[in-house]
Write a protein that binds this ligand. Structure first.
Ligand code: GLA
Length: 374
């Protein structure tokens, strides 16, 4: 389709979506997350132009936008902000960006907590870098894509989504230290399926709740920091700190921080459990993480809580929790591979009956990171 529209054969790049197994709202507090990339992705096809213009076409939106004077300095509150934001950040790094045509296609469900935005940013970044003949190590490029979202799009996200989309390894989860971007890969055993259950309730990171939760947890951190030096982020705080100075916090801030501090501990423990093959412990930590996310962080919704509850006694379940930015989106269910298809069917039926909403349930696997399609 790119060739018909733009008259040139494109180079095509793949940016996968992701599912987070555990570690929610910890990335911007410089803590730990453990996501995996999934077999849903965004493709970006690119070819150079000689007229200096930048044309961006989305197959999903059936919409093309042409920027006559090339790279834009400001957002336009349009989906093209994601690819243009990445292009602008790369230009800011000193790359001379020529005119180009970019075609985008994606099967990552939008606004579902599976990082469709990061997939688009990452695929675009690889595409534009290929035009200028440059490349970056994965962690550095993840930071640049995050900056595109923070500074250009204006959404206050952390580093998790861009990082995993770029650095994932097939059949592995990745424990990321969001402070120094060091990471550990943990193989997902063959007998475990990633069953992603979409509540069909839309979630948005740019919208009000995500930044509100972030502010509330950061306010708790500021209280601790006023007593104890060396706590710039909740990553540096302990549950003892919280008990000591929690009474000086807004009750909500206390609860948000309780989630974040305990989630860091759970996430590191979950990686150890996965590495040891202790699925029982992994499932227990996921259950505790969901309780904390839902009750202390108040990051869930009725539908996601129902999706998690309805999964509990289905055969094959290892662990279930709401994944991603929260307030809707998808749950991640680790399920015995042999039971996965039946699990998905039964969960869909139960959820439809309970909520009146037909969910989408996908049996996924962990895939590799972003790359050029040969
Ligand atoms: C969204 C953000 C991430 C992270 C998660 C919550 O996906 O983009 O940076 O904060 O929410 O864990």
């Amino acid at each position: 389709m790119h060739k018909e529209r733009f008259g040139a054969e494109p180079a095509i790049f793949v940016g996968p979506g992701r599912v987070n197994l555990i570690g929610e709202h910890t990335d911007y507090a410089e803590g730990f997350v453990m996501p995996a990339a999934i077999n849903f992705a965004t493709l970006a096809g690119i070819s150079p132009r000689t007229d200096g213009k930048i044309a961006i076409y989305s197959e999903n939106q059936s919409e093309e936008r042409v920027f006559d004077d090339g790279v834009q300095a400001k957002r336009s509150l349009h989906w093209t902000d994601y690819p243009m934001g990445v292009t602008a950040i790369l230009a800011g790094e000193g790359h001379k960006i020529p005119g180009f045509s970019l075609s985008i296609w994606s099967d990552v469900p939008l606004s579902s907590g599976l990082s469709s935005s990061a997939a688009l940013e990452v695929a675009t970044a690889l595409a534009v870098l290929s035009l200028v003949g440059a490349s970056y190590p994965g962690p550095k490029l993840a930071r640049l894509c995050q900056r595109a979202e923070n500074e250009f799009v204006g959404s206050n996200c952390g580093i998790m989504d861009q990082f995993i989309s770029l650095n994932a390894k097939k059949d592995h989860a990745l424990l990321l230290d969001c402070r120094d971007l060091s990471f550990k890969l943990a193989p997902i055993p063959d007998h475990v399926a990633l069953v992603i259950a979409n509540t069909m309730v839309k979630h948005s990171v740019a919208g009000g709740d995500y930044p509100t939760r972030r502010r509330e947890s950061e306010a708790a951190c500021a209280v601790i920091a006023s007593h104890r030096a060396g706590v710039p982020f909740l990553r540096d705080a302990t549950l003892e700190d919280l008990e000591k100075w929690g009474s000086e916090m807004e009750p909500k801030s206390y609860l948000r921080a309780k989630h974040v501090i305990s989630e860091d501990l759970r996430t590191v423990a979950a990686c150890e459990a996965l590495l040891k093959g202790d699925m029982k412990e992994l499932g227990r930590l996921m259950a505790e993480a969901h309780r904390s996310y839902s009750q202390d962080f108040e990051g869930s919704c009725v539908e996601a809580d129902a999706m998690v509850a309805l999964a509990q006694d289905l055969p094959g379940l290892i662990g279930a929790r709401l994944t991603g930015g929260g307030f809707g989106g998808c749950t991640i269910n680790l399920v015995e591979q042999t039971e996965a298809a039946a699990f998905a069917k039964a969960l869909a039926a139960r959820y439809a009956e309970k909520t009146g909403i037909a969910p989408q349930i996908h049996v996924c696997h962990a895939s590799g990171g972003a790359h050029r399609l040969e």
